[in-house]
Each structure stands twice: as structure tokens, then as C-alpha cells.
Design a protein around this ligand. Structure first.
Ligand code: URA
Ligand code: CA
Length: 419
């Protein structure tokens, strides 16, 4: 078998056989296929697509290209959730404690920020002392004891995906439904949970910009999960505007705590309650209405906030931050002021995410160091009436020299309508 024939076949629009898919996935993991051949194949897949059988096959090959986590040491049903990535997407820090407070076991392996989107690990590390690297034994023990742990990847989970994702990132081949579905699901299946809830973001801040594409991606991923014996479901949620008001790592910890106190933004609260109910439903804890009521109770009673506090303490973090997160971001501040009267009609969410990265909240290159205090607090959101002189947003950075470029990017994300 050779790569040129496989590339030719896909270029001509034919379906690849299981052997051909195994050949290039194993080659990607082993580093035996040159980047130019893998890149050419990925571009051919982007143009010609893959059928459901090919997509499932690629997922399985990538999943088994590395270690597969065995969560059988954890008592009870393990439930995981995955977001396809957004801006100000504070959900994990809220809904994982919510689900755990209702008795679900959440043994979660999370990721870091990617491009204009944030990542849960960076948010957890914004809490002083909080670690995301636990030994496997400590990870299992913590989930058995308190029902919840969130850590980074250990060992080599899906190395074939790691190789291909890095190439896709630099060859404009990320936004392709079979490639995204197999990339995400290979890692989710390898992470070992019994049930998987997918939060597929849709809109101008998401990988999938249209509802139609988001539904297609959700269906592809649910099919793969179900075919592998995992209870899998997806919600499609809005990313046409950042979620909540805070974007940035410590700012999102603050917003998560506010939300768990029942004082969070309405949009974030609703997405978290819906996702938490979905996780409980998948874990077999009751019908949809009962699961929703359970999640609402855990929020109202403070049980979910207590779970987040317990998780932070167990992972070495300072729980005082959860008790009183005010004053947690201590950096320079600068207001973005409105220059006209009218309505804030729309926001380009991806550009707002990039503005946050420019302030230091994300990585411009793989080597960039995150500033946990950096970020943006939105005081006006799309749909709000505005007046000249209103503060639209407050920018935070550890280095005042970063404000100029970030403010310019932020302004470019806004569209106003006359009153
Ligand atoms: N996240 C992933 O892990 N893979 C993709 O292809 C896109 C988003
Ligand atoms: Ca947010």
C-alpha cells in the first residue's frame, strides 16, 4: 500500500477501505508518512468528504493509535461532556459541579485554549495552586471520593489525531465535518466515559458557522458514540455572541462562581442547566424533567458550589478564591467607550476572542504564556441600546502596552444600528 494511491483515490471521490484508513492513521502516529503527503490527503478529504463508515473507521484507528483510559476503577456511571469550542465558554466550571452534586461521576480530561477559543485547563490553573496533573491513582480516588476531577491529558491519547490536528491547523483543513467528528470522538472514546454529552457550538464564534453544519456535525458524532456502545447526545448552543459577560481565565472563574451562586448571566446559567440535565439524563438518573429539576435544586441549594470548592481544594487550589473571588484579577484596566448612539446590533465573536488573546488570555503561539488575569468583561451585548460615552467593555491585561491592539480588534468586532 502506498500514500500516493490513497491520495489519488480520495482525490477522485472514492471511499477509502478500512485497510487504507488504518495505513495512514498508523503512519501518522508513527511519524512514517511525510507531512506533505498527509496534508494532501487531508485536503482531498476536505473536498471529497468521507462517508459514515469511513468516519467511524478513522475514529477507531485514531482512538487506538495510543492509550485508552480504563475508568472501571470508578464506581457508578461516568459521564463526560465536550464543547466544540467557544468564546467565554465558561460552562465546564459550572456544569461539572452541577452534575456531580446530583450524583453523576465526572472524570474529565480537558484541553487548553485553541486559537480564539478558551480551554478549561487554563481556567482551572488561574486558581492559585490548583493543579491539572494528577496521577491516575489520585484521579480515580478523587472521583470516587467527591465525584469530580478535571485534569489534562496524560500519556498519549490519540497520537494520530495529535499529528493530523497540528497539520490541519496550518493547512486550512480544520473545518471539515468528518475530520472534526473523528478528531473529537477519538479522544472522547479514548478517555473512557460511559456517556458523552456534546455541546456543539453554532454561530460566528464557532467552528461551525451555520445551524445546518452544526446539526450535521452533531449527528456524525452521536452516531460514532452510539456505535461504540457509549450513550451519546448533543445539544446545539449559540456562539453568535460570547457566552455570559466574562472572557479570560480568572474572569471566567469569577463568572462560574457567580453562576453557581445563582447570580450569573441568564444565557450562561441556562446553557449550564440544560447541559447538566442532559448529563444526568444520559447517566440514567431520571427523565428529562426530573433531571432538570435536580440540576436546578443543586444550583439553588449551593450544593454545586460546594462541589466546585471541594474539587479546587482536592486539586491543591486555594478554596478562598471560590468563597470570595472578588479582586482576583489584579491587572491594568481600560474601558472601551461607545462612540455613537443606537443599538449594538451584532458582535463578531471570533474577533472578540482574538482581542482577548491579544490581551494575554490565550496563546498567539504554542510557546505563549497565558496571563490568567487578562481578558474582557462585556458590559453591553448584542441587542442592547447604547449611547455615546457608554462603557461597552472593560479590558484587563498585565501589560498596559497590550490595550491598543486589543481595543482596535474589539471595535472591529462590533456592528451598530441607528436608533
Ligand atoms: N477540536 C478537536 O479536538 N478537533 C477538531 O477537529 C476540532 C476541534
Ligand atoms: Ca463567559
Amino acid at each position: 500500500m502506498n500514500m500516493v494511491d490513497i491520495i489519488l483515490k480520495k482525490k477522485a471521490g472514492e471511499a477509502l477501505s478500512a485497510e487504507e484508513i488504518r495505513f495512514f492513521a498508523q503512519g501518522a502516529a508513527a511519524g512514517t508518512i511525510p507531512d506533505y503527503q498527509l496534508s494532501a490527503l487531508l485536503m482531498a478529504i476536505c473536498w471529497q468528504g468521507m462517508n459514515a463508515k469511513e468516519t467511524t473507521c478513522l475514529t477507531m484507528e485514531m482512538m487506538h493509535s495510543g492509550g485508552v483510559v480504563d475508568l472501571s476503577a470508578i464506581d457508578g456511571v461516568c459521564v463526560d461532556k465536550h464543547s466544540t469550542g467557544g468564546v467565554g465558554d465558561t460552562t465546564t466550571l459550572v456544569l461539572v459541579p452541577l452534575a456531580a452534586a446530583c450524583g453523576a461521576k465526572v472524570a474529565k480530561i480537558s484541553g487548553r485554549g485553541l486559537g480564539h477559543t478558551g480551554g478549561t485547563l487554563d481556567k482551572i490553573e488561574a486558581i492559585p495552586g490548583c493543579s491539572v496533573s494528577l496521577t491516575q491513582e489520585a484521579f480515580f480516588r478523587q472521583v470516587n471520593d467527591i465525584g469530580i476531577a478535571v485534569i489534562g491529558q496524560t500519556g498519549n491519547l490519540a497520537p494520530a489525531d495529535k499529528k493530523m490536528y497540528a497539520l490541519r491547523d496550518v493547512t486550512a483543513t480544520v473545518s471539515c465535518i468528518p475530520l472534526i467528528a473523528s478528531s473529537i470522538m477519538s479522544k472522547k472514546l479514548a478517555s473512557g466515559a460511559d456517556c458523552i454529552l456534546l455541546d456543539v457550538k453554532t454561530g460566528n464564534g464557532a467552528f461551525m458557522k451555520t445551524l445546518e453544519d452544526s446539526i450535521a456535525l452533531a449527528k456524525a458524532m452521536v452516531d460514532i458514540g452510539e456505535h461504540n456502545g457509549r450513550r451519546t447526545a448533543a445539544l446545539i448552543t449559540d456562539m453568535d455572541t460570547p457566552l455570559g459577560r466574562n472572557i479570560g481565565n480568572s474572569l471566567e472563574v469569577i463568572e462560574a462562581v457567580e453562576t453557581l451562586r445563582g447570580k450569573g448571566p441568564a444565557d450562561l446559567t441556562e446553557v449550564c442547566l440544560s447541559l447538566a440535565s442532559g448529563m444526568l439524563w444520559l447517566a440514567g438518573r431520571g427523565g428529562a424533567a426530573a433531571c432538570r429539576a435536580m440540576a436546578e435544586d443543586a444550583l439553588r441549594s449551593g450544593a454545586a458550589l460546594a462541589k466546585l470548592r471541594a474539587m479546587v481544594a482536592a486539586q491543591g487550589g486555594d478554596p478562598a478564591v471560590i468563597d470570595d473571588p472578588s479582586g482576583f484579577p489584579a491587572a491594568y484596566e481600560q474601558d472601551v467607550v461607545c462612540m455613537q448612539d443606537g443599538w449594538l446590533y451584532a458582535t463578531d465573536t471570533e474577533k472578540i476572542g482574538i482581542a482577548a488573546v491579544l490581551l494575554g488570555a490565550g496563546r498567539e503561539t504554542k510557546e505563549s504564556v497565558i496571563d490568567p488575569a487578562a481578558g474582557i468583561r462585556l458590559l453591553k451585548k448584542a441587542g442592547d441600546p447604547v449611547k455615546k460615552g457608554d462603557v461597552l467593555a472593560r479590558l484587563y491585561a498585565g501589560d498596559a502596552a497590550k490595550f491598543a491592539a486589543a481595543e482596535e480588534k474589539f471595535h472591529s468586532a462590533l456592528t451598530f444600528a441607528a436608533r
